[in-house]
Design a protein around this ligand. Structure first.
Ligand SMILES: [Zn+2]
Length: 347
């Protein structure tokens, strides 16, 4: 039986449209008035955007709703849905904690409040009735000052029971002017023993080879096999894994057709670079992880053997999965012994 590991999911984009719309109508009169009927809201929320920047603007709508007070509401629904509808055994949730702090506070007060946000998300995501192994990835952000990003790295190192890694988000085209800063921040994170991933090589404008050596996994990275396949050998040697999120590229206009991913998978498999299939923003896309796998299969982009290789890779590259095997192996043993018992009883 397949249980999945999800390595790339944003807290902001994880809210499915119906949960968000209901939240507006329960708690936010202004947004409730802006979106009086559900179908109109779903259309607005999930429609494809022209660019990655336009797509990322939608996150601000959700970020504004996710405060210290409301986070348990959203996280509870995320975990419940992931357990019941997606068969997740493992989930890394990523977000920028600074953007969930109280915007009325000063920068230093907001930095101080980040620890409360992380603890709140951590507590809310561990539910005995929906037992998924969860951990958090804290995202530095390309539009935030260096001091805030550095505080995010420090916080990640200070809270290992809730946080497994750091990321860089906010649109990869924005990194260019501050590349040295981000290289230094990643070097600092690695010096603290932190694990690392980063949104990179997602779009043709977001290709920065200087950052690659600091990353253990690459958020998206599809432009590497598409445009710079000569880099794949280095990735394989460093055991770096790509976090490929198929639906995102259609929603952001990065790819026009899912079929373009065929080259990504073929070149990575040939070069020995692992791929974990992820959702990125399952709520925003209204697409759950098992569907991402199935869709690649039905479009003949991968076969069953490759699908299983990707499922294995997700557990192997998970930053905080505590077991040596993926859960399918553990369950298979359990189910096999049940079958044997039933067979013996039949005799
Ligand atoms: Zn992402």
């Amino acid at each position: 039986m397949t249980l999945h590991a999800e390595l790339h999911r944003h807290l902001g984009g994880s809210v499915v449209p119906r949960v968000l719309w209901r939240y507006f109508h329960r708690s936010d009169a202004e947004l409730a008035q802006r979106f009086p009927e559900y179908p109109g809201f779903e259309e607005f929320y999930t429609k494809p955007r022209k660019s990655l920047d336009e797509y990322l603007e939608l996150h601000t709508l959700v970020e504004g709703c996710q405060t210290l007070k409301t986070l348990p509401y959203f996280v509870y629904r995320l975990i419940r849905g992931a357990y019941i509808f997606e068969n997740l055994a493992y989930l890394e949730i990523r977000y920028t904690p600074y953007l969930r702090t109280d915007a009325e506070l000063s920068e230093s007060e907001r930095i101080d409040q980040m620890a409360e946000i992380v603890a709140m998300v951590g507590r809310a995501s561990r539910l005995p009735e929906y037992p998924i192994v969860t951990s958090q990835i804290l995202c530095m952000h390309s539009r935030l000052p260096n001091a805030v990003n550095r505080a995010i790295v420090d916080l990640a190192a200070q809270m290992p029971s809730y946080v497994c890694a750091v990321d860089l988000a906010g649109g990869d085209a924005q990194y260019a002017d501050r590349l040295d800063e981000f290289v230094e921040l990643y070097a600092y994170a690695r010096s603290l023993g932190l694990k690392t991933t980063g949104h990179l090589y997602e779009t043709p404008q977001g290709c920065y080879p200087e950052l690659i050596p600091y990353l253990m996994r690459i958020g998206h990275g599809i432009q590497i096999p598409l445009r710079y396949p000569e880099l794949l050998g280095q990735l394989a040697a460093r055991h770096q894994c790509l976090e490929v999120c198929p639906t995102t590229y259609l929603k952001t206009g990065t790819l026009l057709d899912l079929q373009e991913l065929q080259v990504v998978f073929d070149r990575c498999f040939d070069a020995g670079v692992d791929i974990a299939i992820c959702t990125d923003n399952a709520g925003l896309h209204n697409v759950r992880l098992p569907f991402e796998y199935e869709s690649l299969l039905t479009h003949d982009i991968i076969d069953f053997k490759q699908l299983q290789a990707c499922q294995d890779a997700a557990f192997r590259h998970a930053f905080a999965w505590p077991h040596s095997d993926r859960p399918a192996c553990l369950l298979s043993e359990l189910l096999k012994s049940e079958v044997n018992t039933v067979a013996l009883e039949a005799v």
